[in-house]
Design a protein around this ligand. Structure first.
Ligand code: ATP
Ligand code: MG
Length: 176
């Protein structure tokens, strides 16, 4: 379905700016390229994907910043969620997308979670025909990147005042 990408992003940014403020983390929103106003895509699934990634970023970051970057090229949108949090060791990177898998460290063991967020995020991304990747460095932060086709939709001008037609008696039509 068609939705307003700019309104969609504004809502998400507003929501996570508050969560970042509450933890005294900086929240940055970096749109780049020529983002279309309206796109065709699965707004609900995309919202869930971004909420999961941004929630994780805030959850596993205690200092610094969480950044949402959005790029757009050739009808493909790229969303990057970048944090300066605890990071993930190379050996753990492949299992974090598996249901119920969590990384056990002294730092993370006190933070609750079921380990389902990323498994669901990967599934939703793939259902939308997109892909997800991660780069991370233990102690330095993580970047999760989602790419998917989001075709630009025409943004209609304000509806032109249509000629009003009054259907009169016996099929006679009058235009006013
Ligand atoms: P929930 O089901 O509530 O989302 P969760 O956040 O623990 O629980 P996932 O979102 O699936 O589960 O993430 C799996 C694991 O990957 C986390 O437990 C954490 O160890 C690691 N992880 C995910 N995102 C990050 C991140 N941004 N920085 C560091 N570690 C992360
Ligand atoms: Mg999670």
């Amino acid at each position: 379905d068609r939705f307003n990408l700019q309104d969609f992003l504004t809502q998400i940014v507003d929501m996570f700016r508050l969560q970042a403020d509450a933890k005294s983390i900086e929240f940055r929103f970096l749109p780049s390229g020529n983002l279309p106003i309206h796109v065709y895509g699965d707004e609900k699934r995309l919202r869930q994907v971004l909420i999961n990634l941004l929630s994780n970023a805030i959850k596993w970051t205690h200092f610094g910043s969480v950044t949402l970057k959005v790029g757009y090229q050739n009808q493909v949108a790229e969303f990057s969620v970048i944090d300066t949090g605890i990071g993930i060791a190379e050996r753990d990177l492949e299992r974090i997308f598996i249901p119920f898998e969590r990384v056990e460290t002294a730092e993370s063991s006190s933070i609750p979670g079921t380990g389902l967020g990323l498994a669901i995020t990967k599934l939703l991304t793939e259902v939308m025909g997109g892909d997800i990747g991660v780069q991370s460095s233990l102690g330095n932060g993580s970047t999760f990147r989602v790419r998917l086709l989001l075709s630009a939709a025409q943004t209609p001008d304000r509806p032109a005042p249509a000629e009003k037609q009054i259907y009169g008696y016996e099929g006679a039509t009058q235009t006013i």
